[in-house]
Design a protein around this ligand. Sequence first.
Ligand SMILES: [Zn+2]
Ligand SMILES: [Zn+2]
Length: 671
Amino acid sequence: MSGFFRKNKKTIAAQLAVITAVVVLLFFVFGQKQVEPDTTFDDPPELKAEVMTVASGSDDTDGPGSGSGSGDSADDMEEETEEEQDESETVVDPEGQGGGLDGVTDSDNALNEEGNGNVGEPTIIPIVVDDEDPVIVTDLASYDNPRAISFSELTDDVLHFYAYIDHRKPGMKLQVRLFNDASPANGSLLEADGHNYGAVLAQGTNTITLYMREGDQIYDKISYTIIYMPDKADPDNPEVGEHPPVITVYSNVTDPIRTAHYIFSVGATDWHGDYIAFDHMIVSRDGKPFTASPTGTGIYEYDFYFDPPVTGDSYDVVITVLAWDDEGNSAYKIYTLTYEYVDQGDVIGTGSLNIDLTTIGLGLAYTGFTFDVEQGKPLSYYILDAMEYYGLEAEYSGTVDSRFYLSGISGGYFTYGYHVPDNLWQKIQDDDLECDIYRIDRDRLAEHHLTQGSGWMYTIDGVTYPGRGASEYYLDGHGNTVTLRFTLAYGKDIGITSNTGRLSTYCGVWINGGYEPRHTLDEGSVIKEATCTEDGEWARTCLVTNCGYHESQVIPALGHDWHETSRLEPTETEEGYVEYSCSRCAETYRNTIPATGGGGDPDPGNGGDGNGTGGDGNGTGGDGNGTGGDGNGTGGDGSGDGGDPAGGAPACVPERFSLDRVKGVRNEKRD
Ligand SMILES: [Zn+2]
Ligand SMILES: [Zn+2]
């Protein structure tokens, strides 16, 4: 049915309206074959289809499939003349007024709209059989679900749409609810204007749910999710949203480009730290977006081929990158590159190539090979040169010029003494990868050795693993370091995520001779509050499923926070007291004040003040008390290091736990 509701302008409808009016009348009076008295309505598009068919000379009165002309007129009707009472329970209104005729006379409305007035004759209105099941019809269905709409697409945040029940049965009605941040928990019921609705969207997720109901019974419901977000970043607003993505370019963009096969390597992360997929990025060169999918995962490689300059030796290109998430955040970056023409085969810089066997416990085993990078020569050539340099032999498929794939490396004692690090082997077990620890030999390491997910990969400058063969990768000559690494787990052990296996990441990498944890830790939270006397705990946990890693931090006990709550002054013969209680807990403490008759300073309060030895937090205030009467009220040892100066309390704690401090520790750990 949706074909009937395309947003066309009225064209044929206007011309055919008069004919239609007549035909409708004649048709209902004389021509209707399927008239039966006991049924309900027809529906607008169906009827129009019927009418149009008749008008064009056919006698097929049922035909719903009736060509575009009917679609247009139905469309007009839907969009502009919605006077009939869609929610009406009435089956037939013989008065023929307004929308009272319900389904059948929808056509009248359409005609009204064209200025022809109602057909008007008080004819007997037949009732058309409608055997079809009721169905919810809406133009919301013609968009993606979920669908993203940016602010500038709407006026006053109002999304207009239509919805109604086609083949509606008596008593049935449509209910439309909007759920979003601004609506109550069960949503807001939208008022219909005919078939038309207006939903005021809130930034973020909005859900419009259409219910087909009869009384309490819900026959059907459909939900449409609409993500309403700010417009995307552009040169004038390079960052949009509260948490714009971070765009990072991994290829050289500052020095002149001297390779004709330049690979622009870029990744963007959202504010959760996850890579944004390439379908949420637009990379353009001189304003023209790349349409081909890039290679790579997370970090993508876009191929730039630089044609020789038409004049001179160089020219500039402007590359722009736009990246966005589904929460209204986006970022835009501009890079201006200079291409300098260099003949094929000329040296454009240097590179080096190492072999890293950390995953089998042998560390960065082969280093020292350096080479000149020649314009137009792909990486595969340098890999073979390196093998020769290191006295190794490469096993590969394809050729150095096409589809080069390094499957194995062999050489005397190449894997001798290997040992997969225990923490890596544990991850491989947790990952449920198929393993065969015997499938390795002393002189050779090839794909599928040790695990099902093993093989050789290469990384440029230790950062990116291009998602393409080495015969399709060109170095730019800016001191590139190429490292061949043997992964045991689809790259998950050397810094790549993969969907193969139970784990998507190993939360760490085994590279360059060591292990480096790479957990994705949450923000951290207090899992146990510190009290006056007991330490608390603060912890953060790795968000990666099945990882279970967490790190915690002790929150030192707070110590009591004493306040004087009552006091009895001593007399010459009777001692008094000062009573303190803790503002945080129920703890109280009483300091007696000797009778003044004994001489000495009658104000024992000072004695208490002087005491602040609380450094140990153990309520040592008792000491101070005893000496309060020694004549000068300096009370206790008076050393009071770290004591609470305000409280004059007998005991307290040196330093309050501060979140800043914990954060400091966290950052250190992270580095
Ligand atoms: Zn983890
Ligand atoms: Zn306390």
